[in-house]
Design a protein around this ligand. Structure first.
Ligand SMILES: NC(=O)c1ccc[n+]([C@@H]2O[C@H](COP(=O)([O-])OP(=O)(O)OC[C@H]3O[C@@H](n4cnc5c(N)ncnc54)[C@H](OP(=O)(O)O)[C@@H]3O)[C@@H](O)[C@H]2O)c1
Length: 380
């Protein structure tokens, strides 16, 4: 039998003639879910392998035990050599996102894929901004000396003096965007762009709730939704309440004191950066035709969303699903345009020096980071 798709280890047959629309639809849904799992798990695997084949000559921060930022240590490794389709980038700045926090903690469980018991000497740093130092022979869109920024494939590797990465995830850094701001943009900006614009098409006058709004993706999402004319409620911990207001939130909720799903309010969009609630519970907090999009959260909740989204959509007309955020440079560029036009601004909590990376990640783990944490790796 010809193998069509592989989903969670199951082989699915190719579409059967005469039943094509059904299989096409099924296949599209499965493809989106596989992509999402791939995103959340920090794949693709080839990138993890690349990172373990560095050769001597530069500093990286790594860790081989899950838990706290104290497990991070500097390791001397070889400067990487670009493959035919890769660029060698001198990293000027890298930034952290929720995905770095999750990989350091080893939680939720998807963060352990590729290193279930212990991390495999992973290098954190999900976004980078830097300068092209060399290119592989098949690279055509970039040249030595170009200033670039983007997400690291597999969400890691940036906390290093040099990285090798394919050009498809990178964009040329606009001259008006600093390396620090550029490093803050990619993953968090893409989540906000996909969650607020691509998937939800937020309109003026709509009620939007952003759960986890004081973190990396949330800080961009609040600003974007406000810029589009929505009324925004931000939910996060007590340390981030004033910050969410400063980003433009009209009202704020401390998630440890109030449950947004129990306060009787209904929203046109709930963008959930850390989805802990059952799909039926969040559906009840949506207005008619409302949309709930979970970006991350415990595996149990993600699986529930996969299983229940169709049923909820049929019975209530509400969309309750996971948001798939493919790594790409187009969304980063689109989001950057809002920055260049002066509509939003990367919210940078602090810029740390390279050797302060453990403190930087510790600040995130302690729930204190307001928006983005950036690490300056070298002088730009
Ligand atoms: N779907 C995809 O394709 C895709 C792609 C990339 C990334 N992601 C995921 O996106 C998620 C969010 O990323 P991010 O960079 O914005 O993370 P982040 O910077 O850690 O922000 C998450 C925020 O949520 C808050 N939070 C934690 N528990 C909460 C709760 N129970 N209720 C309300 N807020 C809570 C956190 O506060 P504390 O500091 O108190 O914890 C933090 O401020 C991550 O899980 C990441 O893995 C998904």
């Amino acid at each position: 039998m010809q193998i069509g798709h592989v989903f969670l280890g199951l082989s699915l047959p190719e579409p059967v003639e005469g039943k094509k629309p059904y299989f096409d639809k099924l296949s599209a849904r499965l493809q989106a879910k596989v992509l999402l799992l791939k995103n959340l798990c920090g794949l693709p695997i080839h990138n993890i392998i690349n990172q373990s084949t560095y050769t001597m000559g530069m500093d990286v921060f790594t860790f081989n035990k899950y838990g706290s930022a104290d497990n991070l240590y500097i390791k001397k490794v070889e400067k990487p050599t670009p493959a035919a389709d890769q660029l060698l980038i001198k990293v000027i700045a890298t930034s952290f996102n929720g995905s770095d926090k999750e990989m350091l903690r080893g939680s939720p469980l998807y963060a352990r894929i590729g290193g279930f018991i212990r991390p495999k000497s992973w290098v954190l740093g999900s976004d980078i901004a830097g300068v092209v130092e060399a290119t592989g022979p098949t690279v055509t869109h970039f040249k030595v000396g170009d200033e670039v920024y983007g997400e690291m494939a597999g969400y890691r590797g940036g906390l290093a003096e040099y990285v090798c990465i394919k050009g498809d995830l990178l964009a040329k850094k606009p001259a008006d965007l600093s390396f620090i701001d550029a490093a803050a943009m990619p993953q968090a900006g893409t989540i906000a762009y996909r969650g607020i614009i691509t998937e939800a098409d937020v309109q003026a006058g709509q009620n939007v709730l952003i759960n986890g709004a004081g973190g990396a993706g949330g800080s961009f999402a609040i600003q974007l939704a406000k810029h589009l004319g929505a009324t925004v409620t931000g939910v996060d911990n007590e340390h981030k309440l004033d910050f969410m207001t400063s980003m433009g939130a009209d009202s704020i909720i401390d998630y440890k004191k109030e449950d947004f799903a129990q306060n009787g309010q209904q929203y046109d969009l709930i963008l959930d950066l850390f989805g802990t609630r059952a799909p039926k519970t969040v559906a009840a907090s949506l207005a008619a035709d409302g949309t709930y999009l979970a970006v991350g959260g415990p595996v149990r909740r993600i699986l529930q969303l996969f299983m229940q989204e169709q049923r909820i959509q049929k019975s209530s007309g509400k969309r309750v699903s996971m948001l798939t955020v493919p790594q790409n440079h187009e969304d980063v560029v689109a989001m950057t345009q809002f920055v260049l036009d002066g509509h939003i601004k990367p919210a940078i909590d602090r810029v740390f020096e390279f050797n302060e990376a453990p403190q930087a990640l510790g600040r995130m783990l302690d729930g204190l980071a307001l928006g983005k944490i950036v690490v300056k790796v070298s002088d730009g």
